[in-house]
Design a protein around this ligand. Sequence first.
Ligand code: SAM
Ligand code: DTB
Ligand code: SF4
Length: 331
Amino acid sequence: MIQGRTDWTRDEISALFALPFNDLLFEAQTVHRANFPRNEVQLSTLLSIKTGGCPEDCGYCSQSTAAESGVKATKLMDVRAVLQSAAQAKDAGSGRFCMGAAWRNPKDRDMPALVEMVKGVRAMGMETCMTLGMLSESQANTLAEAGLDYYNHNIDTAPENYANIISTRTFEDRIETLEAVRAAGINVCCGGIVGLGETREDRIGFIHALAAMPHPESVPINALVPVKGTVLGDMLADTPLAKIDEIEFVRTVAVARIALPQSMVRLSAGRESMSEACQALCFMAGANSIFTGDKLLTAPNAGDDKDGALLSKLGLKPMIAQPHGHLEAAE
Ligand code: SAM
Ligand code: DTB
Ligand code: SF4
């Protein structure tokens, strides 16, 4: 398990957000250098192994049955097809393969196929990650025994904002699954979304909640991809809130880096419409992981050509293995 103080107060997080931008970035970059190789970025690839038809009503999501987004529901993919896709990701230089399913929770009858997927991807020498909704303790243990390295389960937003975004489950449900995952010995990937129309206070509450739990090994920070037909995509369209202010986004990344010094901070959804300059500032602010490829789960992603060019311009190299446990800067 990674280290990091969990006694952050809300006021301390709030004070970080309020710092002059240069001071905030300087502090975040200093924390980053003390904990990670300073010019390395971890690369993960996503695959939607079961798309759409999800009974949850997350207001941002194209895969909810509550959305009229045109996303077609599919069955769970064949193990063979998943492994083919993982092999392509490995060839493209990705170090971690993340398999996502649009479920409230997996059914026990799905577990044997999921276990085969984990074993197959691991056998290729990649790290494995899954995000399948809520897990029971026994499902978490089954995935751990199969060798699952990471489980992604986001808190998404501040506890006090949760019910404004999702009504079919509670923040506490999320915490229960995270505890089951942690207890099973699987690394935790937990973050959330900004640009939901939330306030600065909500962003403070979001980072504070992450910093107050045993720190997740990975923290994805998504910028809302507004999808037509989703509650939030439609509500925010054509309003000034339709896109998170880029400076506020960089601030959020920087505060996450400072409050969660040993967590990998991943620039996740929304990079496709972000300028190179904004992404460069995010790396300066301590982000050190991205999703590669031209597709996330259903939404477009920047793509390998654009990313290759950006990383090369910035002199950033792919991170081969995570440096957890090696706390001195590598260079
Ligand atoms: N169904 C699983 C769950 O919710 O735990 C896993 C997949 S879900 C798509 C993973 C995360 O993707 C969500 O928690 C949310 O943070 C992010 N996400 C989903 N739709 C998004 C969108 N339109 N824009 C930005 N992030 C999004
Ligand atoms: C996370 O926080 N972001 C990824 C991953 N975890 C599974 C998913 C982003 C999804 C973006 C919307 C889509 O592709 O539909
Ligand atoms: Fe379902 Fe996950 Fe989308 Fe929520 S975010 S609707 S749980 S697929």
